[in-house]
Design a binder for this molecule. Structure first.
Ligand code: C2E
Ligand code: CA
Ligand code: CA
Ligand code: CA
Length: 277
């Protein structure tokens, strides 16, 4: 039994160091990826439930590693956050988004608001708000063109609340991502300067399967309505989910049922088609 225990320990140790090594590898290749500009942004349309129109886009980072190919954000964003590399990566994403927005406008497409994800770690950057504003100015964009998505667990620190207030005052739309999945969400609705909540996919997924999820969604919609907040449901995949959300007056929908995230060229075509209608 002693022998066995020892082996188990060895196994554990080696799998730990394998994880540590893998995370080191990702860290090093992330550094290189920033230098070599291996990132792209895909855009997922957000649909107004009432009209079926595209009324916004969410920017989602894509990393194409020269050898390993596509690496999903779930595998590297947490490491970028731990190492602080999320700061330059976040700036790069915003730059790409702003440049894209300007290009679409120059091509004669109607302006559309683009939502960008912010990590908690980015709020520890002292000049976050100024840095965001500078990138917008460089591209002739206004804060009204950009929505900032934050997750509720990050909104606890006072400095963050100050930055958020500053962002709201400047004209940015602020939304709470993955709403309801972290702690004490209702207190945030009271304290934080926000416009919009995003109902997390984990709740949407339970529609027509789990009455608890349906009850929670209905309660969220009720509260948001009374607080004059916009609600968008994310991860909507089925007609049943869509029908339930529409019946309960959810204003905006994002999910594969309408569009997957896709490259800018495809989005331009969709926007042009919509403008021609
Ligand atoms: P998120 O912000 O919650 O983004 C929504 C995720 O759900 C995206 O995954 C999107 O592709 C996926 N999705 C959208 N509609 C559906 C659907 O109908 N069904 C299913 N199954 N999935 C759907 P993605 O692109 O892999 O991004 C994962 C996460 O990585 C994001 O979750 C976000 O937390 C983070 N992320 C992505 N881009 C950025 C970025 O530029 N900056 C930061 N800080 N985080 C980012
Ligand atoms: Ca998001
Ligand atoms: Ca989300
Ligand atoms: Ca999420």
């Amino acid at each position: 039994a002693k022998e066995e225990g020892k082996n188990q320990y060895r196994f554990y140790e080696s799998s730990l160091s394998r994880d540590a090594k893998q995370s080191m590898d990702i860290k090093n290749s992330l550094r290189r990826a920033i230098e070599r500009d291996e990132f792209a942004v895909h855009y997922q349309p957000q649909i107004e439930a009432r009209s079926g129109k595209i009324i916004g886009l969410e920017a989602l980072i894509r990393w194409y590693h020269p050898k390993q190919g596509f690496i999903p954000p779930g595998s590297f964003i947490p490491i970028a956050e731990e190492t602080g590399l999320i700061v330059p990566i976040g700036e790069r994403v915003l730059q790409m988004v702003c440049a894209q927005s300007r290009a679409w406008r120059q091509a004669g497409l109607p302006p559309i608001r683009i939502a960008v994800n912010l990590s908690a770690r980015q709020f520890s950057q002292k000049d976050l708000v100024q840095s965001i504003k500078r990138i917008l100015d460089d591209n002739g964009l206004d804060p009204h063109d950009i929505e900032l998505e934050i997750t509720e667990n990050m909104a606890m620190k006072d400095e963050m609340q100050e930055s958020l207030q500053e962002m709201k005052d400047m004209g940015f739309t602020i939304s709470i991502d993955d709403f309801g999945t972290q702690y004490s969400s209702l207190g945030y609705l009271k304290r934080l300067p926000i416009h919009k909540i995003k109902i997390d996919r984990s709740f949407v997924n339970g529609i027509s399967k789990d009455p608890k999820d349906e009850a929670i969604i209905m309660a969220m919609l009720l509260i948001a309505n009374r607080l004059h907040l916009t609600v968008i449901a994310e991860g909507v995949e089925t007609n049943e989910q869509l029908a339930f959300l529409q019946d309960n007056d959810c204003e905006e929908i994002q999910g594969y049922i309408f569009h997957k995230p896709q490259p800018a060229e495809n989005i331009a075509a969709l926007l042009a088609e919509q403008a021609a209608k």
